[in-house]
Design a protein around this ligand. Structure first.
Ligand code: GDG
Length: 737
């Protein structure tokens, strides 16, 4: 069992250089706490930036820093000032952060930022590669490091890599505006497991992968060459006990033992017992909707003037990214807003807003949570929002009301909170009133539900669930649905092939011998393929059948002059040795008149789809439609057809971007078994890529060498990666004849 490597932009320790020397102090952030169970003992290493650029590190201190970090299981990535400017303040925080939070107008597409992002991601990847072994588990965190998974996978294909995104993944419509969108997706797809906070972010990501990279996605699996990448949602929790216990402790402190802030808050409450305190805590970031919240507060006071002097809003805005221009502008806007509203509405006894622009020690944060009757959090977009969860965890007597924006990931799990749209001032004014007047019993009932969930699904459970899913991925990769046709297997197959006197080979066409084409008529055979098939056919011991769902006209045009044996339309027609096609299976086709209009109505409503009319089947192709839309329509069509066909002797086959309605007693399995019965074959081989080929894999005898092209679930014994590999395999057959 290998070690675990965690990698994030910042290390979970703070370096402090003072006269007395150097110290590394563990940070108390949510991520650091959550990873405690993962990052422990000598079996784990955390790689990241120390917070000091090369220029900041005093000469000769480098080694000492390494030693101090190593005591906490950490190792630093060396970054210079230019790196931090371009990669962190540039691409991460001026391109990706605004774009992924739907602030398209703030997003700067600068080539220099991008180049620096790439080179710094490479530095992180190199730092991993230097320490990683083949059997290690690597967990990469967040939007600053989206290229790292692929950079590592390239060099260590057997390492198991997980990636978790802490911010939203935007919809395809937004994501596609990024000039380097494909590179970012490809970077992420180096991971074996990709995690998001919510199902919506997951779904947006999958949609971009399909549309921009054209990859096959099935439920939450992405098929990429010979790998299956899993995508899932893991809503991050908090260290519930830590917040709950800290609140208990703080509540229990008496007299002078209470913090200065707490004493001030106590005093305020005593002097105005009917006043409600509303708290909001965020990093000063435009995504958090602080300015809107202040405006909404003014709106509330004007709509319900009775509450003037009876409520107070405490805003804790923690300084953040203050050298990015948008943050400086926002700071100015908030300063002015608070000044204006306090100036206009304050009375001798009352200031409507208490505004703190600073970071407070943990104990004071707890004081704010426990002293506030209401927490009001209004992000315009937020990956999760842990403050909402922390407020609930500190409500030891279960009173208190949480007003939370629907745009926060946490809103999905916190239904008992009062959920609001931060752009709707009317609704927020009414909700504030509802919160202020909410009976204690109702407050307690809501808090109880919320606390139970937060207690159960805490940050440790979150980290463990991700790690377990990652380990499952590793197991899965080791035992895919079928065995990879590796060297040892190939050697055995070739030996059996060579020994055999009468060989029977069934070769599917589309997706097996030839790749897919937007227009199926254009997926015609190339010279190399003709040459291969000629050579295979030329061997006296070989009986080769092309076996396909295609219509007989196309195959006649392509192959009849070559005198190949062919079975088409899944087994309805057969042609041997250049003879015209004849019926292999007697089928009835009266049902077609009934089904045709249904398919036509689907073509009308699904741009890019079309019907292929074969002699005994009808196929609805949707490869050229929008992928999400096409899949949705296919599900719909499936339901309609299933209810229509009832007891008729017809069935619906879901192929690769095609749905085919055909007579039930016809399939490739039945057809291939019939041919098999015609002679004493001592080597039988069947290869194909989709659903319709599964009938062959299932019905041919156990001794058959069955091969699936691609990684989907299959009854075949082996799999190969793609059409290129299929052709290589056939070349090997030829060489071993
Ligand atoms: C990103 C995503 C996602 C705040 N002020 C003080 C202080 N804090 C602590 C809070 C909380 C944390 O900072 C803030 O976490 P959030 O989740 O609210 O927001 P982001 O910083 O934007 O985090 C976010 C998160 O990643 C995790 O995946 O939820 O959506 O944007 O823990 O308690 N702590 C102290 N003093 C303060 O003044 N000590």
């Amino acid at each position: 069992m290998g070690k675990t490597i965690i990698i994030s932009n910042r290390l979970p320790v703070q370096l402090q250089i003072s006269d007395g020397g150097l110290s590394a102090i563990p940070s108390v952030g949510g991520l650091a706490t959550g990873m405690k169970s993962v990052h422990q003992g000598g079996e784990s290493l955390w790689i990241g930036w120390s917070g000091l650029t090369n220029e900041d590190i005093p000469k000769g201190l480098g080694k000492e820093i390494d030693r101090a970090l190593a005591e906490h299981g950490c190792s630093k990535v060396k970054l210079n000032k230019k790196d931090i400017e371009g990669y962190y303040f540039g691409f991460s925080n001026r391109t990706i952060w605004p774009l992924f939070h739907y602030f398209l107008e703030y997003s700067e597409f600068e080539l220099d930022f991008w180049n620096r992002y790439k080179s710094v991601n490479q530095k992180f990847a190199d730092a991993i590669l230097e320490k990683a072994d083949d059997d290690d588990i690597i967990w990469v965190h967040d939007y600053q490091l989206m290229l790292v998974p692929q950079m590592v996978k390239e060099k260590r294909p057997n390492a198991t890599i997980g990636f978790f995104l802490h911010i939203p993944f935007p919809s395809y419509e937004i994501f596609r505006t990024l000039p380097w969108r494909e590179e970012v997706l490809e970077g992420l797809l180096g991971a074996d497991l990709i995690g998001f906070h919510t199902y919506d972010y997951e779904r947006h990501f999958l949609s971009s992968v399909r549309r921009l990279l054209g990859l096959e996605v099935s439920f939450n699996d992405i098929y990429l060459e010979n790998r299956v990448i899993k995508v899932d949602s893991f809503p991050m929790g908090i260290d519930y006990d830590k917040f709950h216990e800290a609140a208990k402790k703080s509540n229990a402190l008496k007299g002078k033992k209470r913090s200065d802030l707490q004493l001030k808050l106590d005093e305020h409450k005593k002097s105005a017992p009917d006043t409600k305190l509303i708290v909001s805590i965020d990093r000063l970031d435009y995504s958090k909707g602080i300015a809107k919240r202040i405006n909404a507060f003014e709106y509330f006071l004007n709509k319900y003037p009775d509450y003037k002097e009876r409520v107070r809003l405490i805003i804790l805005a923690v300084p953040s990214r203050s050298n990015v221009p948008q943050y400086q502008l926002l700071k100015r806007e908030i300063d002015e807003l608070v000044g204006r509203i306090n100036g206009e509405l304050a009375t001798v006894n009352w200031t409507p807003i208490w505004y703190f622009y600073r970071s407070l020690p943990f104990e004071n944060l707890i004081d704010l949570y426990i002293s506030s009757d209401i927490a009001w959090l209004t992000p315009l977009r937020d990956g999760m929002n842990l403050v909402a969860k922390e407020y609930i965890a500190t409500r030891t007597d279960k009173t208190g009301v949480l007003i939370l924006s629907e745009m926060a990931g946490s809103a999905y799990e916190m239904n008992e909170a009062l959920l609001i749209n931060p752009n709707n001032f009317e609704q927020q004014a009414d909700t504030l009133k509802q919160a202020i007047t909410m009976p204690k019993e109702e407050q307690m009932a809501r808090t109880m539900f919320l606390q139970n969930r937060l207690k159960r699904y805490n940050v440790e459970v979150w980290a463990n669930e991700f790690m377990n899913a990652l380990k499952e991925q590793r197991k899965g990769a080791a035992q895919v649905v079928s065995l990879q046709m590796d060297h040892a297997i190939l050697t055995n197959v070739l030996a059996a092939y060579k020994k055999a006197k009468k060989r029977l080979l069934f070769l599917d066409y589309d997706g097996t011998l030839a790749g897919f084409h937007k227009d199926p008529q254009k997926a015609s055979p190339d010279e190399e393929l003709y040459d291969l098939l000629d050579q295979l056919n030329a061997k006296e011991e070989n009986t080769v059948f092309l076996i396909s769902g295609r219509d007989k006209e196309t195959f006649s045009r392509w192959f009849l002059h070559k005198k190949y044996n062919m079975i088409v339309e899944h087994g309805v027609w057969i042609s041997r040795n250049g003879a015209e096609f004849s019926l292999l299976e007697k089928v009835k086709g009266e049902w077609m008149a009934k089904i045709m209009p249904v398919l036509e109505s689907f073509v009308d409503r699904t741009p890019g789809s079309f019907i292929e009319e074969k002699n005994y089947s009808l196929a609805w192709h949707y490869r050229n439609t929008d992928p999400d839309f096409g899949d949705k329509r296919a599900t719909e069509l499936n339901t309609v057809l299933t209810s229509l066909i009832g007891n008729d002797d017809i069935s619906v086959l879901n192929g690769n971007k095609v749905m085919e309605v055909k007579s039930s007693n016809v399939n490739k399995g039945r057809a291939s078994v019939r041919i098999l019965g015609e002679d004493d074959f001592d080597f039988v081989f069947a290869i194909g890529d989709d659903w319709t080929d599964e009938f062959m894999f299932a019905e041919l005898p156990e001794s058959t060498v069955t091969v699936k092209v691609g990684l989907q679930k299959t009854q075949a014994k082996y799999h190969v990666d793609g059409t290129k590999k299929v052709r290589e395999l056939l070349k090997q057959f030829i060489a071993h004849s």
